[in-house]
Ligand binder design. Structure first.
Ligand SMILES: [Cu+2]
Length: 377
């Protein structure tokens, strides 16, 4: 009897939890209401089966409880019941599968008027490319990827010259405009997921995957990597900003093209160069710049500070120490942090710019003025 009551209680609590739980879906912000419908259909069908099966178990536990002297009934076969079970199960499985197949078919059939953007994932950040005025992306190849050509665009392909390269984790899209997302990965599996759009797709190294969506609500939405991709996975976040036409044009006009990058673009100072490097090489995935806790030591007020190392010794954070930490991070680990950073190869100029950028995040003026060129010619 007790066991039957527990089973009934499990059913009641599960159903109540489903309706009363504070963890409900975020409001929909795209055209993919049909994905919500599919999830609802799945929940209803599996919910009905869950309730029916557990209640049937409770009934059997109660009705057929052990009674001394009573013998088990023997019913070797019941053709009629078997046909019913086969029929109901078949219908239910079709009802579970069919809506998903129909919606997925829509999800990868891109309307002709869709505009495109490309999202490139790597451990552990996002970057984006737009096709530019010719509406055609330039050819890419992994063999062309280097620190100046982070997308691996073929410079000899005319279609690539006007491609717009977006630095940083934020992409803008136009409201009520069908948009195709093309997805590439530089290293391992990632997954592009915007919960409010109900849209997600894996990034697979060596392939270009895609889907489309139409954003229907203005605002900023988080892009989450939804495929476990290494120790910094939790921090692999980006943002998609849904703009109206005028804000979108304003944003677009401030972006640089591949041709700008090839020609050296705008002359930038050492600190700006370091900031761009920190973003493009993914440093900021593990080192926060605003004092927030992160996988490695945060950079806010780091320069000039005394740090305690894992062996108990002290070190002052200066140029040479920072450079050593980039090119050979395992030598001096700050106490309390895991030894997970991989060694980075950078030119002397890049290392200097990175040090200048980290020093610029230090509020102590003595520290920022005492930057020494750390690499002697
Ligand atoms: Cu990822």
């Amino acid at each position: 009897m007790t066991f039957a009551v527990i089973l009934v209680a499990i059913v009641v609590v599960s159903v109540l939890f489903h309706f009363l739980s504070p963890w409900q879906a975020t409001p929909l912000a795209s055209n993919w209401g049909s994905i919500d419908t599919t999830i609802t259909i799945t929940l209803v069908i599996t919910g009905i089966f869950f309730v029916a099966i557990v209640l049937f178990m409770a009934y059997c536990v109660y009705k057929y409880k052990a009674v001394p002297e009573r013998r088990s009934e023997y019913r070797p076969e019941n053709k009629k019941l078997e046909w019913w079970l086969i029929g109901i199960t078949t219908v239910a499985i079709c009802a579970l599968l069919a809506p998903g197949l129909i919606v997925y078919n829509d999800f990868v059939h891109v309307p002709a008027n869709a505009v495109e953007f490309e999202a490139v994932g790597e451990q552990w950040r996002w970057s984006y490319r737009l096709p530019g005025k010719d509406k055609t992306f330039g050819r890419t190849s992994v063999t062309r990827i280097d620190e100046n050509n982070t997308f691996g665009i073929d410079p000899s392909d005319a279609a690539g010259q006007d491609d717009i390269l977006i630095a940083g984790n934020q992409i803008h899209v136009l409201i009520n405009q069908s948009t195709k997302a093309l997805l590439r990965s530089k290293d391992v599996l990632h997954d592009f997921y915007v919960p409010q759009f109900r849209a997600k797709m894996d990034l697979i190294p060596g392939q270009v995957t895609y889907f489309w969506f139409t954003p229907t609500v203005l605002g900023t939405f988080d892009i989450l990597c939804a495929e476990y991709c290494g120790i910094g996975h939790y921090n692999m976040r980006g943002q998609v900003v849904v703009d109206d036409a005028s804000s979108y044009q304003k944003w677009l006009s401030s972006q640089v093209t591949f041709a700008d990058v090839l020609s050296g673009g705008t002359v930038e100072g050492l600190v700006d160069q370091g900031q761009r490097l920190a973003s493009s090489r993914g440093c900021i995935a593990c080192h926060s710049i605003d004092g927030a806790p992160s996988l490695g030591p945060g950079w806010l007020d780091l320069y000039g500070r005394q740090e305690t190392l894992s062996d108990g010794s002290q070190v002052k954070v200066d140029g040479p120490y920072l450079i050593e930490s980039v090119i050979d991070p395992a030598v001096k680990i700050v106490a309390g942090y895991p030894p997970v950073m991989v060694a980075y190869q950078m030119s002397d100029e890049q290392l200097d710019s990175l040090v200048a950028y980290i020093a610029s995040l230090s509020s102590d003026p003595d520290n920022s003025t005492s930057i020494q060129p750390s690499i002697e010619e």
